[in-house]
Design a protein around this ligand. Structure first.
Ligand code: GRE
Length: 338
């Protein structure tokens, strides 16, 4: 399929070469190749896009990124640096590359202001944040965005009418030491990423964020971070037990309604046809978006998988490009009409 849109696609800052190389060593079999690919914005990346039929890529700063920076001033200046950098990089390629804003999530109003700057000044299409913000003098605190304090931020997101991508980050501090240190191979895609993000987004649902901000659109990667598989069970417990016990005070709709009205899932890093089939049943093709997760995954695996799936043409076009083109209000991009 030509003109696919991919939207969980990472870049790094070249000045962090050493750190990028170290991180790649934890997740990539060929760290040199990974580091080269994540630092490239417009050469190798666009060549892969052309080779595998990706018309448009939405770039975001790699994890854990600014969410790992627990000193607030440093986090803010890094976010601004990242946004200014990627804005300049994508500018010559408006029909191929767009960006999601990087935000320091220490202070709701500051995060809202930086998002507004990125959307109004640079035309960024939304924000991508890597789960909780590390905070506190020793980096032990974790800021969640599911409390009332964050309403000013969500008001700005909905006013700007852009989506918010909740991406995972690695466990740190005591959470890392107590849960994961002795199970280190489960950090990342095998378990910890999905656990972190599903906790956070289910926290947003049950704490009433979507009831207070009914227009808010939140995107989850990796075919929904395990939630679609558990949809029936979560729904059953919310509706039949937790709501009679008090959940109804903060959470008015069913989880299926939030998925239909507020949530999106992408195929990033999860190229399983049986799982996609389950998601088409539980979430629906109208709320699924193709993505790759480059360079943690590669274009060939993602694109040949998607291109070869036997699916009705209407759903295939929706998931491959049309849902994302509408959600991000994209103008012209390569092979849009193909
Ligand atoms: C990511 O998307 O940030 C990521 C990692 C490590 C492994 C896989 C992955 O940081 O998708």
């Amino acid at each position: 399929m030509l003109g696919k849109i991919a939207l969980e696609e990472a870049f790094a800052l070249p000045r962090f070469k050493e750190r990028t190389r170290w991180w790649a060593g934890l997740f990539a079999l060929d760290p040199e190749k990974h580091a080269a690919e994540i630092n490239d914005i417009t050469e190798q990346r666009i060549a892969y896009m052309d080779q595998y039929g990706v018309g448009y890529t939405l770039l975001s700063y790699t994890a854990p990124g600014v969410q790992d920076v627990f000193e607030p001033k440093e986090a803010q200046s890094l976010a601004v640096e990242v946004n200014d950098y990627i804005a300049a990089q994508i500018k010559p390629h408006p029909t191929r590359l767009g960006a999601l804003a990087t935000l320091s999530m220490h202070a709701p109003q500051q995060a809202a202001d930086e998002l507004r700057r990125c959307v109004t000044k640079y035309g960024f299409k939304g924000a991508l944040v890597n789960d909780t913000q590390r905070a506190g003098a020793d980096g032990e605190d974790m800021i969640f965005y599911d409390g009332a304090k964050w309403d000013v931020f969500w008001e700005t997101v909905t006013e700007l009418d852009v989506p918010f991508y909740l991406h995972p980050r690695n466990p740190t501090g005591q959470i890392h030491d107590k849960l994961w240190a002795d199970r280190k191979w489960l950090i990342g895609p095998p378990l910890s990423f999905a656990q972190g993000v599903s906790l956070h987004v289910l926290g947003m649902i049950t704490n009433g964020v979507f009831d207070r901000h009914p227009k808010l659109q939140v995107i989850l990667g990796h075919l929904g971070e395990h939630i679609p598989f558990d949809m029936w069970r979560i729904n059953h417990w919310f509706e039949d037990i937790k709501k009679p016990l008090g959940l109804k005070e903060t959470c008015k709709k069913t989880i299926r309604e939030y998925f239909a009205q507020n949530l999106w899932i992408t195929t990033s890093g999860n190229f399983s046809t049986p799982t996609l089939d389950l998601c088409r049943t539980e979430v629906g093709a109208d709320r699924i978006l193709f993505s790759i997760d480059y360079p943690f995954e590669n274009f060939k695996d993602a694109c040949t998988w998607y291109d070869d799936i036997v699916m009705n043409d209407i759903d295939k076009r929706k998931i491959g490009k049309e849902n994302a083109a509408a959600l991000f209000k994209l103008g012209d991009f390569k092979d849009r009409e193909a």
